[in-house]
Design a protein around this ligand. Structure first.
Ligand code: IPD
Ligand code: CA
Ligand code: CA
Length: 258
């Protein structure tokens, strides 16, 4: 299964690159819920490829995908974001990824996040660590907020939300070295896992945005929780850190009045 998830992530990445090579012709539309929530032919083609490959190999497994919803099944559930970072993809920027997680009896089991433009495949298996292109990865050792570089994001539903990320951004930015907004929550999480970012926070994410990346973070020695250092508000509130910075960041985030 580990080879399978990595093979289909890479293959899906190749499909996305074919669409990327003719971006100007791509059919781009907004989803009904928000004019900022984009979807393209590429998102649908990648998810169709992944669903077909999984169903052919594992016909009894359940699938949850961003574009085509839920297929019922038992014991195993695949959670797919075919293109995480569609806005970056549409604007010809490199930070987008294919995100695939496999849960077994509702617990994270395997994960693969592939960033095709960088040819980087991040992967993890529960209790077996995390890798990038087959090499073990580990979270950073940063213990001081003023030396930390954090990732964050702004949900595409933000125009319609009363609670957006700006008050949190304002509270955190002065305390840290700098911030990055890469445009793919799955990549943000893999960058925490590999020590390129020291932590990441965001609001209003969906299960398919983070199912793979969160396993990769925890298998690389990081910590994932909601802002209150619990799990009940995941993934609407998500804080992923190198573990050392978890308590101070959780304190900062919970002191914010949204
Ligand atoms: C989005 C990306 C982005 C995050 C948004 C997500 P999508 O996913 O992960 O980084 O800020 O909240 O919706 O729509 O490109 O799959
Ligand atoms: Ca996404
Ligand atoms: Ca997506």
């Amino acid at each position: 299964m580990q080879n399978f998830i990595q093979d289909i992530a890479r293959q899906a990445g190749q499909i996305s690159l074919q669409y990327r090579s003719r971006l100007a012709e791509l059919n781009v539309t907004a989803k009904p819920a928000s004019s900022k929530d984009l979807v393209t032919e590429a998102d649908r083609a990648v998810e169709t490829y992944l669903r077909d490959a999984i169903t052919k190999r594992y016909p009894t497994h359940a699938i949850l995908g961003e574009e085509f919803g839920t297929t019922p099944g038992q014991e195993y559930r695949w959670i797919i974001d075919p293109i995480d970072g569609t806005t970056s993809f549409v604007h010809n920027q490199p930070f987008y990824s294919i995100s695939i997680a496999l849960h077994r009896n509702d617990a994270p089991y395997l994960a693969a996040v592939y960033a095709p433009v960088f040819d980087e495949l991040f992967s993890a298996q529960k209790n077996h660590g995390a890798q990038c292109n087959g090499k073990p990865i580990r979270v950073s050792n940063c213990r001081q907020l003023d030396q930390a570089v954090l990732g964050t994001g702004f949900a595409c539903m933000r125009a319609n939300l009363t609670e957006n990320n700006l008050p949190y951004f304002q509270a955190i930015l002065p305390k840290i070295r700098d911030v990055r907004r890469l445009g793919s929550a799955a990549i943000d999480l893999c960058y925490v896992a590999s020590g390129r970012l020291d932590a990441f926070w965001e609001l209003h994410l969906q299960t398919y945005d983070v199912a793979a990346g969160t396993l990769i973070v925890t298998e690389a020695g990081g910590t994932v929780s909601d802002f209150h250092n619990q799990t009940k508000n995941l993934p609407q509130q998500l804080l992923a850190t190198n573990t050392h910075l978890h308590a101070p960041l959780s304190r900062l985030l919970t002191n914010v009045t949204p």
